[in-house]
Design a protein around this ligand. Structure first.
Ligand code: URA
Ligand code: CA
Length: 437
């Protein structure tokens, strides 16, 4: 075989050609080990940005990135390991609800989760607001807990998809993040390296999401589903609304409380519905039900009987957490001050700028501004109104939970986040569609 030259491959993509699997592997290996420099990789990323990638190229890129580092071996866990991935949103508490919920009907959940950065929160941060709970468990213990309890969450460890880490950082500074094939292969490579047999994607659309427009959201969803299915991981995607935060709570301990309420059947309707939808697909992919209707029945029954809540207690206790928070949520960290945001006029809520609310919660200390910043697990925002709700003048739109004595900046930001109309407003749909399956 002739020796490959990176410059020729860049030119091939620049001119709209299709890279072979061997060529993609050469590029990703070379970039990971440092023999291909950043400047060549950035030229390639820009060529991909303009020329796109064929379905086969996307699948090959995904698997080349998987091969660049460690892979989690979940074969010691019996059954089909279904992972859920959300493209990120504000106040998205679904993992905390879903993991015990699907585990309670026999779907093994072996979840590797990260911390949050910016206006979206991470599952690990939320869980760490439970006194004693920790995710620093070794691989053997992780597998053992999943086999015993059906559920465990471990922090990110090992060197998974180093090619993606390097390429994502490069894209960030070369204006090449916004490329659907590059985003799709980046996300899918991480899911596959962490051991998933099947994948349920929650692709968010709207103001608080990574993808703000419906057309590009659908393209991203279709692209990820196609990659998954091509590489032998059954994959489906739900397109869900992120034009306003999910549920009412934004902030770590506040979201844990909301997840507990939801598992008791007393949580916000949107969070419960999205959890049931994603959960039913997970149950079907895991082979624990023949149809989504049957799966949904199992999940609802588990909430009603208290089985799902019991699973949460077992899971928390197994990782050192104080499971009594489930019965006594007031044991979770609470902030020193509460401040209201009273509506200045009556009307109907017509918009809630999700990203801005996420940023407001971050300003209170609920999220990280940089990778190494400390966060305050107690603080955050609890909305009282969602799009379509009627509000009287003076009625509180939201409560701010803060450890600061003054939070006028945040209060003002929240005022600016709510749009109020004098006319009745239809709430947006929660789910826009399903791709694949
Ligand atoms: N999230 C990822 O993990 N990768 C991308 O490329 C974009 C968003
Ligand atoms: Ca929430």
């Amino acid at each position: 075989m002739p020796v490959m030259r990176t410059v020729d491959l860049i030119a091939k993509k620049r001119d709209g050609g299709e890279l072979t699997r061997a060529e993609i592997e050469y590029l990703i290996q070379g970039y990971t080990d440092g023999t291909i420099p950043d400047y060549q990789m950035s030229a390639l990323a820009m060529a991909i940005y303009f020329r796109g990638m064929t379905p086969q190229e996307r699948a090959d890129l995904t698997m080349a990135m998987v091969a660049s580092g460690d892979r989690i071996d979940l074969s010691a866990i019996a059954g089909v390991k279904v992972d859920k991935h959300s493209t990120g949103g504000v106040g998205d508490t679904t993992t905390l609800v879903l993991a015990p919920l699907v585990a309670s009907v026999g779907v093994p959940v072996a979840k590797m989760s990260g911390r949050g950065l910016g206006h979206t929160g991470g599952t690990v941060d939320k869980l760490e607001s439970i006194p004693g709970f920790h995710v620093e468990i070794d691989n053997d213990e992780f597998l053992e807990l999943v086999n015993r309890n059906g559920l465990a969450v471990v922090g990110q460890s090992g060197d998974l998809t180093p090619a993606d880490k390097k390429l994502y950082a490069l894209r960030d500074v070369t204006a090449t993040v916004e490329s659907i094939p590059l985003i799709a292969s980046s996300i899918m490579s991480k899911k596959i390296a962490s051991g998933a047999d099947a994948i349920v994607l929650d692709v968010k659309t709207g103001d608080g999401a990574f993808m703000k427009e419906m057309q590009e959201t659908r393209e991203l969803a279709a692209c990820m589903v196609d990659i998954g299915n091509r590489v032998g991981r059954r994959t489906i995607a739900i397109i869900s609304d992120m034009s306003q935060p999910l549920g009412y709570a934004i902030g770590n301990a506040l979201e844990v409380k909301e997840a507990i309420q939801t598992l008791k059947g007393e949580g916000p309707a949107d969070l419960y519905e999205l959890s049931l939808t994603l959960g039913s697909h997970m149950v079907v992919l895991a082979g624990k039900a023949r149809s989504e209707t049957e799966a949904r029945g199992l999940l609802e029954a588990s909430v009603k009987s208290g089985q799902a809540l019991q699973k949460l207690k077992v899971f928390l206790a197994a990782q050192g957490g104080d499971a009594s928070v489930v019965d006594y949520p007031d044991l979770l960290p609470t902030a020193a001050f509460r401040m209201e945001v009273p509506a200045r006029e009556e009307g109907y809520v017509s918009g809630i700028a999700a990203e801005r609310i996420g940023t407001a919660a971050m300003m209170l200390g609920a999220g990280r501004t940089t990778k190494d910043s400390e966060i305050d697990l107690a603080v955050g925002i609890v909305l009282h109104k969602k799009i379509g709700d009627r509000v009287a003048a003076g009625e509180s739109l939201a409560t701010i939970h803060t450890n600061r004595e003054y939070a006028d900046d945040v209060i003002n930001s929240l005022y600016d986040s709510f749009a109020i109309s004098s006319q009745p407003v239809e709430p947006p749909p929660l789910i826009y569609g399903v791709v694949g399956g």
